[in-house]
Write a protein that binds this ligand. Structure first.
Ligand SMILES: Cc1cc2nc3c(=O)[nH]c(=O)nc-3n(C[C@H](O)[C@H](O)[C@H](O)COP(=O)(O)OP(=O)(O)OC[C@H]3O[C@@H](n4cnc5c(N)ncnc54)[C@H](O)[C@@H]3O)c2cc1C
Length: 425
């Protein structure tokens, strides 16, 4: 099999296929061992359940968010944090990458450098199987029984429907040193939605929040984040908002060690599930539409997908690319997961319409749900009925301003809800 892309998705699925003794090659435009630019966060319970907590570089127990009091965003804005009572971690990027690379090496994965441009198929003869043919930018051609596209959300090979504007999560972050601590010692702030540094007019603009953490030894990571918006908020706006927010608390950036420019789609439509190649990771729309997280899902789901593909190969050594891809798509996006995705995308559509005050009230209600409900929601580990129960509970306990926003149907919300009942397949 040929995995296209050597990022987190490519390495995780290549490692899992190799563990199933499937012959794998990885075609990557960049060096798969080159340092990754992004910081990857994950909930403590999620990484513990995977038995991979040793891959964390940082772990916080003092986790909280700030949603402010009242709904006006005015003088009622409280400084009291909402404690989450759940651990949160940041991966050691090198360790995570090494974790997968070592498994690839143990499974004799072959490495190819190049950029995939086109895909075609070669029909099989009586004793030989049909195969996929990937043409690279430099003219080389690589053959494989199945292509697994893990080239990220800008995939050139994967087909998906056009469902209108795709919302981007955008963030501008700085790892560095500051004139005063931007968060309390040992603290991780998941979302600081306080907006007392903004004028009433600015509060009517698309809301952003601060994601911030103490990295120890006087270093902090602070990131101004727009959950999702179409078109995405520009980095300049986010940088100015971050500086304004910090200045309001008497904090200035003194040393910038690393700048993070984060932009990725939150509600990419699912790929067409009848195409004769498979996708994994960003290209397969696996980013959680409510949180933007994906690494936990990669770690959880790569082994099952690889096992399904390996079993299909064993059952029919001459299986065509289309047949193998069909097995893969069914394992990756079964009906239940497609329904959950529709529900999450519907929820995100709602959040994008919420005013700053509604959004703060919504998240305050969300994080007051029983922890197993909000953590399960954020990690996509609740079953569909459990997810529906969590959402109904949120509705029942939310203030009227949030309920009104949830009831009103606008734009493509009804169509998204329809996919809960009849998901594409
Ligand atoms: C700044 C940032 C922060 C994030 N933070 C988190 C987080 O904290 N937690 C979390 O779970 N998720 C996070 N995400 C979301 C998600 O996990 C990442 O986007 C993740 O990197 C996606 O992995 P991927 O392997 O699918 O794609 P990518 O990381 O984009 O990797 C794609 C790979 O494919 C290669 N490639 C591309 N095109 C081709 C081609 N045509 N041929 C060959 N190779 C090709 C690229 O060189 C690259 O190596 C974050 C995303 C960003 C952008």
């Amino acid at each position: 099999m040929l995995v296209v892309g050597g990022g987190p998705a490519g390495l995780s699925i290549a490692a899992a296929l190799a563990a199933e003794r499937v012959r794998v090659a990885v075609l990557s435009a960049s060096d798969p061992a080159a340092p990754w630019p992004n910081t990857y966060g994950i909930w403590g319970e999620e990484v513990d359940a995977l038995g991979l907590s040793h891959l964390l570089e940082h772990r916080w127990s003092r986790t909280c968010s700030y949603f402010g009091a009242g709904e006006g965003g005015g003088p009622g804005l409280a400084d009291a944090p909402t404690p989450h009572g759940r651990d949160y971690g940041l991966f050691d990027k090198t360790l995570l990458q090494r974790h997968w690379l070592d498994q690839c090496t143990a499974g004799a994965v072959r490495w190819e450098r190049g950029e995939a441009r086109e895909l075609s198929f070669v029909a099989g003869a009586s004793q030989s199987a049909a195969c996929s043919l990937v043409r690279c930018a430099d003219g080389r051609e690589l053959r494989a029984r199945l292509v697994v596209d893990a080239s990220g959300h800008r995939s050139a090979l994967i087909r998906r429907p056009d469902r209108g504007p795709v919302a981007g999560q955008a963030a501008y972050g700085v790892v560095g040193r500051f004139s005063a601590p931007p968060v309390q010692p040992g603290q991780l702030v998941l979302m600081d939605f306080r907006c007392d540094h903004l004028s009433p007019v600015e509060r009517r603009e698309p809301p952003t929040f601060l994601y911030a953490m103490d990295l120890g030894a006087g270093r902090f990571f602070v990131e101004e984040t727009s959950l999702a918006l179409a078109p995405a908020l520009p980095f300049d706006t986010l940088r100015q908002r971050l500086e304004r927010r910090l200045a309001h608390r008497g904090v200035a950036i003194e040393v910038v060690e690393h700048e993070e420019l984060c932009l990725f789609p939150m509600n990419l439509p699912l790929p067409d599930l009848d195409q004769p190649l498979l996708a994994f990771g960003g290209s397969a729309a696996m980013v959680h539409p409510a949180s933007g997280y994906m690494v936990g899902a990669l770690l959880r789901r790569a082994p099952g997908l690889a096992a399904a593909l390996a079993a299909a190969l064993r059952a029919d050594p001459l299986a065509s690319p289309a047949a193998l891809a069909g097995v893969g798509w069914r394992a990756l996006w079964p009906l239940e997961l497609r329904r959950r995705q529709a529900l999450y995308q519907f929820g995100l559509e709602k959040l994008m319409r919420f005013s700053e005050a509604q959004l703060r009230a919504h998240f305050a209600t969300f994080f007051a749900l029983p922890p197993q409900q909000w953590t399960g929601f954020l990690t996509n580990t609740l079953s569909l009925p459990e997810l529906v129960v969590a959402m109904l509970r949120l509705f029942a306990t939310a203030p009227w301003s949030v309920r009104a926003g949830l009831i009103a149907q606008q734009g493509r919300e009804a169509a998204l809800l329809g996919q809960l009942i009849w998901p594409r397949g």
